[in-house]
Design a protein around this ligand. Sequence first.
Ligand SMILES: *Cc1c(COP(=O)(O)O)cnc(C)c1O
Length: 375
Amino acid sequence: MNAPEVSRRLPDATHVRLRPEILATPPYRQGKPAAADAFKLSSNENPFPPLPGVIDAIVAASDVNRYPDAAATALRQRLAAEHGVDENEIHVGAGSVALLSQFIQAAAGPGDEVLYSWRSFEAYPGLVTVAGATSVQVPNTPDGEHDLDAMAAAITDRTRVLIVCTPNNPTGTTVSADDFDAFMARVPESVLVLLDEAYVEFVRDDAAVNGLDVVGRYANLVILRTFSKAYGLAGLRVGWAIGPVRLLDAARASAIPLSVTGTAQAAAIASLDSADELLERVEQLVVRREHVVSALRAQGWSVPDTQANFVWLPTGDQTDAAAAALAEHGIVSRPFAGSGIRISIGEPESVDKLLAATDGIVKTLPSGHGARTIG
Ligand SMILES: *Cc1c(COP(=O)(O)O)cnc(C)c1O
């Protein structure tokens, strides 16, 4: 749709005093919409359409003249039963981004530090800024992994929240269970640790940490999961947290009430009813991922070991040119200028297009720009 014609001008509002750190933060911009014949591999969405049973549940949740159940009781009871915890040890939010925001707001304000690996999920810096707190970013290892030693060493008496993202968006690398335990032993009990596991269903490395195994072990740990990726409900916004009641209550107190719609709650429950079928789709995406990773490596790309539904091309200062070349081949990717490109595992038909494009790009890259020297 074309933008509507502007028939009057609103004032510039230059005199309204806004928080300087907010003014310095660019508003969220979504990846470009894909052209009709292009593949949108920029947001780690699930390429499968919703299951019929999920659509039925969405249609059946038709009493939209009423507010939803603010406590998401049925969904929380369902998740609690599946994981053997009390329903108050489950908290549901409008996507796990909303949960991240709530926990950060609950624990960190002006003068406080929120520590995370970088590069990681692009939402973290903005959420910390909005809370009035300060981001402390610890660089990833050259392999795109969290540097847990450096993260532990960066903890100060101002650290209030520590985020561990595994698999890490955008590099796809995981934290091992052993490394996680060793790390937690170095984190003071007073620091809230958020384990962001948005892609955990795609993990096939047995050594990787799984939040459900460790959540009972640490009183300062909350794990965050989402229906957006593996379960294909990105458009309905449902995420959930599991952790100690006192911490979840603090998030609930920081939440905007009623933001998880009844439609979203119903779709999430229907998705759990169809978990076997949905996880079979995840398996297909994992097989596709492994194919893409080996093909990229055979082309000469140096790709981190991804356990998520995306791959990372470390294109460095060639990133913009490489993303433009991908776009010419009908692949919409997520470039991070000066760093690299994240590409989601999408439709089967996208794979050949993608690999044809990357084969051309890798040959044009100076060495050290994502191209491994072969031989
Ligand atoms: C996609 C993503 C999320 C959450 O997405 P929601 O749609 O808000 O649930 C959280 N963390 C990471 C690292 C992600 O990539």
